[in-house]
Design a binder for this molecule. Structure first.
Ligand code: NAP
Length: 266
């Protein structure tokens, strides 16, 4: 499998990225620098994480050419068209970048049709290489498609072994939108790091709970963005390319689906 996925506008996006949710600005620069140093080339931040500035700085000082790092951020708040135009410029300023690789609407709140229209314009103006959404479940996604001129490149939704989003996954695949997982480790909820099925499968390959859970998503073509503040775990979470789960493993993992959020979200 290639290390990148081609979005519907032919832009290549890494299949494994680094998420920075809940990483305080005081340590975010160090964490992003470490993630880059161990090979991550996709960083997922958001306006509401408060660490866009630190993320941008870490990328800038890394010495890695800007076009080799894929930067995602997300718009916060149900703003309208005009506010969104300013908000995009605010993110560009905080990140100290001329363009953002992927901008997502963080949640389907407010007039997301108008927000998306402003994003489409920014895409045409070259400020955004790709546009998409997050947390859009079926009705929101179908609703947006009614007015969107550009099919969202990505929908980032809660996806892990306990919430596999099987229905959304086929809808997105049929519509040309890449399925990206947030909380691919379920953020440790529901006993993820003690789960006996993940353990038993991992033992066969010498892999951890985290690696089995991540490989399960990766093997289905889902983009993953695990977060860790520890460099050893950052490495571990990328080290999933030297083994392959069998169909039997996949079936056992598929059976862990509860079809509900582990966070009391949608
Ligand atoms: N669009 C949205 O609404 C939304 C919502 C949530 C998340 N996200 C994105 O998705 C990213 C990932 O989700 P997440 O941060 O919620 O959760 P996650 O990546 O599923 O799990 C992170 C948690 O697992 C621990 N961890 C990481 N790797 C580990 C390993 N190998 N072994 C043991 N523990 C490990 C981390 O602790 P340590 O840090 O201590 O290692 C942290 O507590 C976020 O950072 C964010 O970019 C988006």
């Amino acid at each position: 499998m290639k290390s990148t996925v081609r979005l519907n506008n032919w832009i290549e996006m890494p299949r494994i990225g680094y998420g920075v949710y809940q990483i305080p600005p005081s340590i975010a620069e160090r964490c992003v620098s470490e993630a880059l140093s161990v090979g991550y080339r996709l960083v997922d931040t958001a306006q509401c994480y408060g660490n866009e500035r630190a993320t941008g700085k870490a990328i800038k000082v890394s010495g890695i050419p800007r076009n080799e790092v894929f930067v995602t951020t997300k718009l916060w708040g149900g703003r309208g068209y005009k506010d969104t135009v300013c908000s995009i410029d605010g993110s560009l300023k905080a990140l100290e970048m001329d363009y953002i690789d992927l901008l997502l609407i963080h949640e389907p709140t407010g007039d997301f049709h108008e927000i998306y229209r402003a994003m489409e314009e920014a895409n045409r103006a070259g400020k955004l290489r790709a546009v998409g959404v997050a947390n859009f479940l079926e009705r929101n996604y179908r609703d947006l498609l009614e007015t969107a001129e550009i099919v969202p490149a990505v929908n980032q939704i809660e996806t892990h072994v306990f919430r596999q989003q099987k229905g959304m996954r086929s809808l997105l695949a049929n519509s040309g939108t890449v399925h990206e997982s947030w909380s691919p480790l379920a953020c440790g909820q529901n006993g993820f790091f003690r789960n006996p099925v993940l353990k038993e499968i991992g033992e066969k390959y010498g892999k951890s709970h985290a690696q089995v859970g991540l490989r399960f998503l990766y093997q289905q073509g889902i983009v993953i963005i695990p977060k860790s503040t520890h460099i050893e775990r950052m490495k571990e979470n990328r080290d999933i390319l030297d083994f392959e789960l069998t169909q039997e493993d996949m079936d056992h993992l598929s059976a862990l689906d509860t079809d509900r959020s582990m966070f009391g979200w949608w």
